[in-house]
Design a binder for this molecule. Structure first.
Ligand SMILES: Cc1cc2nc3c(=O)[nH]c(=O)nc-3n(C[C@H](O)[C@H](O)[C@H](O)COP(=O)(O)OP(=O)(O)OC[C@H]3O[C@@H](n4cnc5c(N)ncnc54)[C@H](O)[C@@H]3O)c2cc1C
Length: 419
């Protein structure tokens, strides 16, 4: 049984009154945690929750409700409204910039830092939370300069402060849905009808996680089934059994992370060995933790429960044998797709949807480049628009690669603007 969380962060400035198993509650909790906003969370049925709701004129049916220590209360209707209410920067301060970056993961943040520090009037648009996928990592061990590892949230916090120090404008809750050339550069339109223009653009929209795509499992999203959210949910899993689906590094890291609080961690891996996708340092670490069980050649095929996840059905991929196991927590880390759906066909992609840039254009789709000069490294098939990080074809899908490319893209932007 999960702990009652009202004692956690008792001094937090913000209280969320919400039912633990409501997907809306999970979404808010995750959004706040990813944006480094500490909150305490109270069940509506708890006397404290009932009292708070009464005091602010709400009932349990209105939850989730947020209550700030200064007395303000909000029944949120959307992420942008929530972001604004908690004081995040959600509106650009100018109409036109030298450099516009879309995406606030490591690639975008590196680009923002280098752009601003080298004198470019720089804005970064992020749809959700600064940090991207890396912000979800519990322990990044292979990033240069951190021999003892660093958590994604710590790395994100440092990057955010560093980019802001140089004057980069970081705007949250703006999702780009169109990019078009203008007479002087480019215009990026966002979902809530904000348009920002700039002389150059770096696309750093990375990749979005895949879901298991099993209707009976999807039914429990946020009610026992979670994607890439080890950091925010771990405190609730204390003393429980935790199932992790996936066999790559992100799943391995999560298993290690959960092993410090869960009773037992069971990894469900489709491949017949962890070695297929995982780094050897992590395989060794997992092998040394007795409370982690690795089950290979296994997949989830069904789930059941009443208000939340209660059972999983697993299938042995070799024998076809099926078994039902009691399960309250399932965390899936099963890869990602490129976040390029918002771009039109003038951006050439590889077979998986990743953006082609620089010399790769000539090898994969030469006809997509229309200028006499060859494309600059990291330049997409739209001249003056660059791509960096996981969104780019043939990228290493690592924090270091994203940071390197984000920084390099700024050098190329300078070259493009001055040639
Ligand atoms: C759990 C986990 C653990 C990991 N551990 C490691 C590790 O230990 N070492 C390592 O090297 N790598 C690790 N990785 C991989 C690493 O995090 C990624 O390679 C890296 O984050 C890629 O950075 P990026 O900036 O290119 O893209 P992302 O991190 O994917 O960031 C893209 C950002 O763009 C935003 N975005 C997308 N579309 C839009 C839009 N239309 N408008 C506005 N914003 C948009 C997204 O919200 C996101 O914040 C891990 C990944 C995960 C998920």
């Amino acid at each position: 049984m999960a702990p009652t969380p009202q004692d956690e962060h008792d001094n937090a400035e913000l209280t969320v009154v919400a039912d633990m198993w409501s997907p809306a509650c999970t979404a808010i909790r995750t959004f706040l945690a990813r944006n480094e906003i500490t909150c305490r969370w109270v069940q509506p049925s708890h006397p404290t929750g009932q009292k708070l709701l009464d005091e602010h004129g709400f009932t349990a049916e209105d939850t989730p409700v947020l209550i700030a220590s200064d007395g303000r209360a909000l029944k949120p209707t959307g992420e942008e409204q929530l972001a604004e209410w908690v004081g995040l920067h959600t509106k650009p301060t100018a109409d036109d910039y030298d450099l516009l970056i879309v995406g606030g993961g490591p690639a975008g943040m590196a680009a923002a830092l280098y752009g601003a520090s080298e004198g470019l009037h720089t804005i970064l648009l992020e749809r959700w939370a600064i940090g991207g996928q890396a912000g979800l990592s519990s322990d990044i061990q292979n990033y240069l300069g951190f021999p003892d590892g660093i958590s994604g949230s710590d790395l994100t916090d440092r990057a955010r402060r560093q980019a802001a120090k140089f004057g980069a404008e970081l705007v949250i809750s703006l999702q780009a849905d169109q990019l078009r050339p203008t007479d002087h550069g480019f215009a990026v339109h966002c979902t809530d009808d904000v348009t920002v223009t700039a002389r150059s653009v770096i696309i750093a929209t990375g990749a979005s996680f895949r879901t298991l795509d099993i209707p009976s499992v999807d039914k429990f999203n946020g009610r026992g089934v979670f994607y890439f959210s080890a950091l925010t949910e771990a405190p609730l899993c204390s003393g429980s059994d935790v199932y992790i689906v996936g066999g790559a590094n992100s799943a391995g890291q999560a298993a290690v992370y959960f092993s410090s609080c869960a009773r037992k961690v069971i990894m469900l891996v489709r491949a017949d060995s962890l070695a297929v996708e995982m780094s050897s340092y992590l395989i060794e670490q997992i092998a040394s933790i007795p409370t982690i069980e690795v089950r290979t050649s296994v997949e989830v095929v069904d789930a059941s429960g009443d208000t939340h996840l209660e059972h999983l059905t697993l299938r042995d991929r070799k024998t076809g044998a099926v078994e039902e196991v009691p399960a309250t927590w399932l965390f899936a880390f099963i890869g990602a797709n490129p976040a390029t759906g918002w771009l039109d066909d003038s951006f050439a992609r590889d077979d998986h949807g990743y953006l082609l840039t620089g010399p790769d254009i000539a090898t994969v789709d030469a006809a997509a480049w229309h200028l006499e000069r060859p494309p600059l490294h990291l330049e997409t098939t739209v001249p003056g628009v660059f791509a960096a990080g996981d969104v780019r074809a043939f990228n290493g899908h690592r924090v270091a690669a994203a940071v390197g490319e984000g920084s390099m893209a700024v050098m190329l932007v300078h070259k493009f603007l001055h040639d």
